[in-house]
Design a binder for this molecule. Structure first.
Ligand SMILES: Cc1ncc(COP(=O)(O)O)c(C=O)c1O
Length: 639
């Protein structure tokens, strides 16, 4: 039985496009083709190419990689880097701004080697640099950067961190230490004396303008990072006394990540520019103004100032920064600084997507009811049977209340041992029949009574996806992040079922149950009924930022396979990298087991079983072969 009345006869790809909002969040990179498949479109030289994701999945599976797979489209990463740089170049030219744009990629947003290498390679003509927030990130950044892109060091730093950064300067990098606390300045000065290498220094200020969104605590007095105004003055004075004021060349502020409102950005820019102007007036030869991250990704496609969206475009963002700086510095006759931003999610989100198959489904539907209940049926079940017919519009809410209360009484009776399992099962089935009948009447109703709000969700299917939320999409669980999710094929057919997507972990939080559908947030995803013998694939889009290293090993589901693809101008694609996901032996070794010892332990119990005739020798061989194959196998599920 269909659980949603989307019409099979009139449904087309335009309907799917509207339902899943692809053109709203896809930024022109994701579309549907006439066969009802999701396609990816990316620039190739001065042209562009389009490939169906179903074709890419076929190519991946033919190369022996099972789902789930994290797919990276290299051209999309290049496209985003170029759009951000060109966006600033255009805004700079439009405003006749005299400084340059010097973007840096914050390594913490995606540290994966392939991503960093591509950013460094493609970003070289733009002098795109890297930002490091730890020693490990600095090590990879200073080894990877080969051009004169900036190397910005944020966060707390110890002696070793500072020594590394000073050496980076010695070999030609422009490595800035962004001073987060007065104590850090002492170490920088001491180490630069010891190594006889002059540092490049930035100061991070705490901007008081508050931004909305999930990271609002990043700015303001209580933010963990940055100097108070008093500390800022002390740092300038200390540098002056040490004869090092000339090294203070950068002012840094980070307003927050995923900032939803352009007005908040404008306010933060103005405040940062005031700090900049005042420090210059105190004699600091600043010439870089770094606004940190914050450029949002419109995950929901709603183009609204809510947490998963934003009310501005990339061009608006660039213009707000360039014109904001001019509005403060021009009246004071100050030269225009180089503009630095540390856009992380806006650079890498689009390029990665998680692809997985659905393994099974669970439907919450009543099994067929008889014409009438036998006289011996329990009176409460007879009552539920009668309620099926009273589910008409004016009485929907009271009918539902009655059904819920009756089911509760039946459950009570069962707990007390007063009704049989068969009677309880009949009651549960009748309740589902009543609820489904009410849900059918809700279609098309404008104002739902509050008590019926959750009814549809409670009847939604569960589709079991071959992935782990905790490994691949931790932000959906940790901070309620919403990503675009949709079926990758069959989009010429109406998605006649509504489902939540459960992952493989034995954890009730391991699910996706927030989706942007038809422009609004919903708890269920429209999907198609599964067909026997045919895989059904879903994709989670715009998830290239923060997810890969934040993911964990819950239930020992390891890293997925990662496949990188480059689209070609002939509409084909090359698989440029294949990185196998974790094997079971890998994840066991992460939690300190020695796979060889596990094998040995099993071998010895198999041997004992042979001695005690619980196993034949042939069975022993089969068992050990299976165990060994499993150790080397993927942690996700096959067929
Ligand atoms: C100092 C700093 N720079 C840059 C970023 C990246 O921010 P986003 O991903 O919003 O661009 C962050 C993230 O919070 C940050 O703390």
């Amino acid at each position: 039985m269909l659980n949603h009345p989307r019409s099979a006869t009139t449904w087309g790809i335009d309907d799917s496009e509207r339902l899943y909002g692809i053109s709203d969040w896809g930024a022109g990179y994701f579309k549907l083709n006439a066969a009802g498949e999701v396609t990816v479109t990316a620039p190739v030289g001065s042209d562009e190419a389009t490939v169906s994701l179903a074709e890419i999945i076929a190519g991946i599976e033919q190369r022996g990689h099972a789902m789930p797979v994290l797919l990276r489209i290299e051209n999309l990463l290049d496209a985003r880097l170029s759009q951000i740089n060109e966006g600033f170049r255009t805004a700079i030219a439009r405003s006749d701004y005299k400084g340059e744009y010097r973007g840096v990629f914050p390594v913490k947003v995606n540290q994966q080697c392939q991503v960093i290498e591509e950013i460094v390679k493609f970003g070289a003509p733009y002098q795109h640099g890297l930002e490091a927030g730890s020693k490990a990130e600095l090590v990879l950044a200073m080894a990877n950067l080969k051009h004169d892109g900036l190397l910005i060091c944020n966060g707390y730093k110890d002696r070793e961190f500072i020594d590394l950064g000073l050496w980076a300067n010695k070999i030609g990098h422009r490595c800035f230490f962004v001073v987060e606390s007065p104590a850090e300045l002492e170490i920088i000065l001491e180490r630069s004396r010891v190594l006889a290498i002059r540092p490049l220094i930035g100061v991070r200020v705490k901007v008081s303008a508050k931004v909305g969104g999930l990271w609002t605590e990043t700015s303001g007095d209580r933010s963990s990072f940055g100097l108070s105004t008093l500390q800022l003055l002390d740092v300038v004075e200390k540098l002056r006394q040490e004869g090092m004021l000339d090294t203070l060349q950068l002012l840094h502020c980070h307003l927050g990540s995923q900032i939803p409102h352009l007005d908040d950005i404008r306010a933060g820019v103005l405040e940062a520019c005031r700090f900049y102007a005042d420090l210059v007036a105190l004699g600091a030869p600043l010439d870089h103004l770094d606004f940190g991250g914050g450029l949002a990704v419109d995950y929901s496609g709603c183009r609204a100032g809510e947490v998963h969206s934003c009310d501005y475009s990339l061009d608006d963002y660039c213009d707000a920064i360039v014109t904001g700086i001019r509005s403060v510095l021009d009246p004071r006759g100050l030269p225009h600084p180089h503009i630095v931003t540390e856009s992380g999610r806006a650079t890498v989100a689009y390029a990665s997507m998680l692809l997985f198959n659905i393994l099974d489904t669970h439907h919450f539907e009543a099994v067929a009811l008889p014409e009438a209940l036998p006289n011996a049926a329990h009176p409460l079940n007879r009552h539920l049977f009668a309620l099926r017919d009273c589910a008409t519009a004016p009485t929907l809410a009271s009918c539902y209340r009655d059904a819920v209360a009756t089911r509760e009484k039946l459950r009570d009776l069962y707990r007390q041992g007063d009704i049989s399992l068969q009677e309880r099962a009949q009651g549960e089935n009748l309740f589902l029949a009543v609820a489904q009948s009410i849900a059918r009447h809700l279609d098309g109703l404008e104002d739902l009574p509050e008590s019926l709000n959750g009814l549809r969700e409670s009847l939604a299917d569960i589709y079991y996806g071959n992935f782990s939320v905790f490994q691949s999409l931790p932000d959906t669980w940790a901070i309620g992040q919403v990503y675009p999710v949709l079926p990758l094929t069959r989009l010429t057919e109406p998605p006649s079922r509504d489902a939540i997507i459960s992952d493989l972990t034995c954890d009730c939080d391991g699910k996706l149950d927030r989706f942007i559908i038809a422009g609004g947030e919903r708890r269920t995803l429209p999907v198609h009924p599964l067909r026997t013998g045919e895989e059904y694939y879903l994709g989670v889009f715009l998830m290239g930022a923060y997810q890969e290293t934040l993911g964990d090993l819950h239930n020992l589901f390891g890293d997925t396979h990662v496949v990188s693809v480059r689209l070609n101008s002939d509409g084909d694609f090359d698989i440029v990298r294949e990185i196998g996901g974790d094997s079971i032996a890998d994840v066991l070794s992460y939690v300190e087991y020695l796979p060889q010892q596990l094998y040995e332990a099993l071998r010895s119990s198999a041997e004992e079983s042979v001695r005690s005739e619980r196993l034949t020798l042939a069975e022993r061989q089969s068992l050990l072969k299976k165990f060994s194959e499993s150790l080397n196998g993927y942690t996700y599920f096959g067929r």
